[in-house]
Design a protein around this ligand. Structure first.
Ligand SMILES: NC(=O)c1ccc[n+]([C@@H]2O[C@H](COP(=O)([O-])OP(=O)(O)OC[C@H]3O[C@@H](n4cnc5c(N)ncnc54)[C@H](O)[C@@H]3O)[C@@H](O)[C@H]2O)c1
Length: 337
């Protein structure tokens, strides 16, 4: 599979390294508006450099692309790839509106190309260890998920487009909250039915820099998410409260289980975990192109966008927002839940 990358930002090197590790995938082209940025990702692997993604698609040098660009551009890039018969792994968030998500799904289905969304949490070793311990049944049902992540939304700390709602779709919620909602809904085991949220705009930023969400899932699981900018130390922690015990999950340290006063560590994080997750995600994409069902289904990725938008609506109105809601997750884990 000849792979292209569109947008050579933060995680492009992790996608490129993954392509180099996997047999059967060759990084053939990297496109960025800035040629020097594209070249940094392309050159180690001898890939072609483009500054116009439409040219890259017209030149027939890729069978699949990773779309790793500002959020509101995802739609036009997915539609262009589909029109060229090119399969797509589009970074999170899938898009900035549900209508865009639907248009992307419809275009890919009509063109018979695969689209997967880069929800990397599903490939992180510490989250997979959490899933394994939940599936073992010894913790009983999940009752509550508390998810706390720090970030940095002080203007100047990241590219300017992140602060332009028309391009980014919003601030800390749509960017970092997309990860928190993805993993909390996945681990909680059902879609969201009610969202209550509040946001803060600090540092003079034009998008929210911090906020909290209370999300009720269709199976009664309560989710609490807090995202805060510029904290004294970086935090990325899920606390999962179950009938018979609790689990703490942190990509920097690992996965820790407590049952009746007894403490065990079921995963110790390593410096390779992040690259391994990106490689596994790309492998999963290649398998989907070959006909397998992808690990993360499109309905879940679209639901994450729907819940982010509901959180914005709640923060603006000051009221809870109701959503449709149905059971999510895979059959094997649901037995344990
Ligand atoms: N999976 C993760 O953990 C993770 C981490 C970081 C970012 N992301 C996602 O990756 C995407 C990109 O974020 P980022 O942090 O890399 O942003 P970034 O601003 O650092 O990089 C985006 C790149 O896209 C390029 N670009 C913009 N318009 C383009 C166009 N029309 N054609 C080609 N290139 C274009 C820019 O020049 C820039 O180099 C976003 O969807 C973001 O949410 C995911």
């Amino acid at each position: 599979m000849r792979l292209g990358i569109i947008g050579a930002g933060a995680v492009a090197v992790l996608h490129a390294e993954g392509a180099a590790i996997i047999d059967g995938i060759e990084l053939s082209a990297v496109c960025d508006l800035k040629a020097d940025i594209a070249a940094k990702v392309a050159d180690p692997w001898g890939a072609a450099v483009y500054t116009d993604y439409r040219q890259m698609l017209d030149d027939d040098v890729v069978d699949a692309v990773v779309i790793n660009t500002p959020h509101s551009l995802h739609k036009e890039m997915v539609l262009a790839a589909a029109a060229h018969g090119v399969h797509v792994l589009v970074e999170k968030p899938m898009a900035t509106t549900v209508a865009d998500c639907v248009a992307m799904e419809e275009a890919c289905a009509a063109a018979h190309v695969v689209m997967v969304v880069g929800l990397i949490q599903h490939f992180m070793a510490e989250k997979l260890a959490l899933r394994a311990v939940l599936a073992s049944g010894k913790l009983g049902a999940v009752l509550l998920v508390h998810d706390y992540r720090s970030t940095d939304y002080r203007p100047g700390t990241r590219a300017g487009w992140f602060f332009d709602k028309a391009i980014s779709g919003g601030g800390a919620f749509i960017n970092i909250g997309a990860h928190c909602l993805d993993r909390s809904i996945w681990i909680g085991g059902a879609q969201a039915v009610r969202v209550t949220a509040a946001t803060l705009n600090r540092f003079g930023a034009k998008v929210e820099t911090d906020g909290s969400m209370e999300v009720l899932l269709a199976n009664g699981v309560q989710v609490r998410i807090t995202i805060v900018s510029d904290t004294p130390r970086n935090v990325d922690e899920m606390l999962v409260v179950c009938e018979n015990g609790t689990v703490i999950v942190d990509p920097r340290s690992g996965t820790f289980v407590e049952i009746d006063g007894k403490h065990t560590q079921v995963h110790a994080s390593t410096g390779d975990d992040i690259q391994n997750a990106f490689t596994a995600q790309l492998q999963d994409f290649a398998a989907a192109v070959a006909g397998a069902a992808p690990t993360v289904d499109g309905a879940h990725a679209k639901h994450v966008v729907e819940v982010v938008l509901a959180a914005y609506e709640s923060a603006e109105s000051g009221h809870p927002v109701q959503l449709g809601g149905s059971r999510a997750g895979d059959v094997s884990l649901q037995g344990a839940l």
